[in-house]
Ligand binder design. Structure first.
Ligand SMILES: NC(=O)c1ccc[n+]([C@@H]2O[C@H](COP(=O)([O-])OP(=O)(O)OC[C@H]3O[C@@H](n4cnc5c(N)ncnc54)[C@H](O)[C@@H]3O)[C@@H](O)[C@H]2O)c1
Ligand SMILES: O=P(O)(O)OC[C@@H](O)CO
Ligand SMILES: [Zn+2]
Length: 348
């Protein structure tokens, strides 16, 4: 097996638009993929678009997973070997797509991402986060060979999934600040191209926040393009650094403290408000982040996440311990500083 850690791996084709789902088989043939397709999906996405996917292939197999876990990955590998899958088609949100991402590696085949929700950048990136023990952050994986993002389906998805995807992008703003800080203080390798692309993606979305409207296909198109851009930034960097800083450590810690709590994007969005305050203080741009999230209807407070103030403070003061990734949290934010930041920004 090659060491692909220095490769910049990107999807070959990204189809975004109204009813592009009908072009899925064309996208597959353009990739010279052969063999039997295995559709990896979860119950609701399968109801929504499973038949439209299966109708485009001669003899597709389907495996439905209900949770993102290594058991699900093993199940997909088992079925993939049983049916002799030539490639995987992941239809759904992050659960189905991450599971297919991991299984395709073991099956030594490629996968196509067909997101039914624009809920975070994992739907297009080369990162996969299947919970394993205490670990909640992503690991490197091959990105999809192609992404087929049907904006009609995405625009019909629950609005909270789209605002979660927006918040995941907006959080790139503080992620890049943490990456630059780690570069300055810890000599962490930094990519100007990747950092600039990620920061621009977040700033463009913040700048467009009032045009991101529920049910609008145009909005789904804008969000997907931003998620793709974030995935490209991570591929250039060869890590999730351009899109994951202290706000993500905070979210991963919340995932451990409150399993099945709020959506990933919503958690990192609230985290970004606080970490921007920790970076730049009262006059920082934490209000811009908060207002952009609020404009879209994404949570901006602990209450909005359905998580207690105490848990938010516990996550902020312990998040630095969960990953070897230097951020504004440094070697640990004091409880006093965490309470001050969360209170001043209205998060608690
Ligand atoms: N790879 C990464 O970088 C990354 C980043 C963040 C989260 N994740 C992982 O992704 C998962 C969370 O992603 P998610 O929130 O998309 O999860 P998900 O796939 O569970 O989707 C969320 C819910 O929305 C439903 N849904 C999806 N599309 C729909 C549609 N069009 N209409 C109605 N309902 C729809 C799903 O059935 C599910 O119940 C977790 O497993 C998390 O660990 C990965
Ligand atoms: O590596 P992590 O922290 O899981 O980040 C991946 C993705 O959530 C970035 O938006
Ligand atoms: Zn994220």
């Amino acid at each position: 097996m090659f060491d692909k850690s220095k490769w910049i791996q990107l999807p070959r084709n990204v189809l975004v638009g109204h009813e592009v789902l009908e072009e899925l088989s064309a996208a597959v043939s353009e990739l010279y993929l052969s063999g039997r397709p295995l559709l990896v999906t979860s119950p609701t996405p399968n109801e929504i678009a499973g038949d439209r996917v299966r109708a485009q292939f001669d003899d597709p197999a389907t495996v439905t997973i209900s949770e993102a876990s290594f058991d699900s990955v093993e199940r997909v590998i088992e079925v993939g070997n049983e049916v002799g899958a030539g490639y995987l088609v992941a239809l759904g949100g992050g659960k189905a797509i991450d599971t297919a991402k991991m299984a395709s590696d073991s099956l030594d085949c490629g996968f196509i991402s067909v997101p039914t929700a624009a809920s975070h950048d994992g739907i297009v990136s080369g990162r996969s986060s299947i919970p394993e023990g205490d670990t909640r952050h992503s690991v490197a994986a091959d990105p999809p060979l192609a992404v087929v993002a049907d904006t009609e389906i995405l625009a019909d998805a629950p609005w909270e999934l789209t605002t979660a995807g927006c918040a995941d992008i907006i959080s790139n703003y503080t992620a890049v600040k943490d990456w630059q800080l780690a570069h300055r203080l810890k000599n962490v390798e930094y990519s100007e191209y990747s950092g600039a692309l990620s920061q621009m993606t977040a700033e463009m979305l913040v700048g467009n926040s009032d045009s991101i409207k529920k049910g609008l296909e145009e909005s789904a198109w804008v969000v997907v393009k931003a998620l793709v851009s974030s995935g490209v930034a991570m591929s250039i960097a060869g890590s999730s650094r351009p899109a994951s800083g202290a706000e993500h450590l905070f979210s991963h810690q919340l995932d451990r403290l409150v399993p099945n709590g709020a959506l990933h994007g919503h958690q990192v969005g609230v985290g970004s408000i606080v970490t921007e305050y920790l970076h730049s203080g009262e006059q920082g741009e934490w209000r811009d982040i908060r207002d952009a999230l609020d404009t879209m209807g994404a949570p901006t407070t602990a209450a909005g996440l359905g998580i207690s103030d105490e848990t938010v403070i516990e996550a902020l003061t312990t998040a630095h311990t969960i990953r070897d990734r230097y951020t504004i949290l440094g070697d640990g934010v004091s409880e006093e500083a965490a309470i001050e930041a969360a209170t001043f920004t209205g998060v608690i």
